[in-house]
Design a protein around this ligand. Sequence first.
Ligand SMILES: N[C@@H](CCC(=O)N[C@@H](CS)C(=O)NCC(=O)O)C(=O)O
Length: 310
Amino acid sequence: MSGKENEILFHQYDVSPFSEKVRTVFGIKKLTWHAVEEPVIMPKPELTALTGGYRKIPVMQIGADIYCDTQIIIRELERRYPEPPLFTGADKGLAWAVSMWADRVLFQNTVAVIFGNVGQAIDESFIKDREALTGRPFDVNAMKAAAPLMSEQLRAGLGWLEDQLDDGRKFLMGAAPGLADAACHYNLAFMRWLYPDGLKVLDALPRTAAWEERVRAIGHGDRQEMGRAEALAIAKAATSTAKEKADPHEPNGLKPGDKVSVMADDYGRDPITGVLVASDAQSVAIKREAPEVGEVVVHFPRAGFFIVKA
Ligand SMILES: N[C@@H](CCC(=O)N[C@@H](CS)C(=O)NCC(=O)O)C(=O)O
């Protein structure tokens, strides 16, 4: 045992917007966590040894349990550290839906505006890596041409935040910050880091501008640093705490012991294969082994992921 098998190890890099979503959650819950810095482009040998092939950022590790995708990371943080809650009570389902909208629609609008304006400055190795990730050309000229149209989409989406804040509430769902805030905010953080001029859209959205500052002021909790080799050693020394669980309502009859592959339904579709340990409507956990990490259990959300029998 390493003594650190219950600590939060967060595989991330600083300019990762999806990592920022979780860092805000660490801030809301005032958690102590260890940042494990991962490369921005492939290869990421330590990360893929832990996940079995999933390469996206962030990934959370607690001992030998590995959580892939911000949705399952945040669900697990809420389960382990329920106070203060990420939900006001009236938004328990809705905040997840808002988060999915922020990750898919608002994020694509934000990315289009950022890269449509600063795409020229991106280096070739990054472009090649993201083409492999998405399976589509990273066409800077097309992005530049689309940027004006996408800025209208972005303004419309941010306008919904402005409407939501209309009654003077401090955060999107009420008086306290939660999941919806963390999810919408990281898009503006990404803009602030890479293309601050894009924030001029907030000049006409004063409540959203003030809200952005409020969410930024929450901070990231207590951040410590850890090297990748130490994180792998912690996984190897630890045992997963996941319990076997069969779901009688599993639509396609999946059950513990089945060999399955899990893959994202959008980009970065590398399949991760293992033996099913537990599943329900919102999560799936699979067991796998690799020499660098021993036996680990890798957890994924269900929304946004496909599971097939391997
Ligand atoms: N659905 C994923 C999306 C994660 C994502 O797209 N992350 C970006 C970085 S913010 C990524 O992995 N890009 C490719 C890379 O870093 O290799 C989540 O919620 O965690």
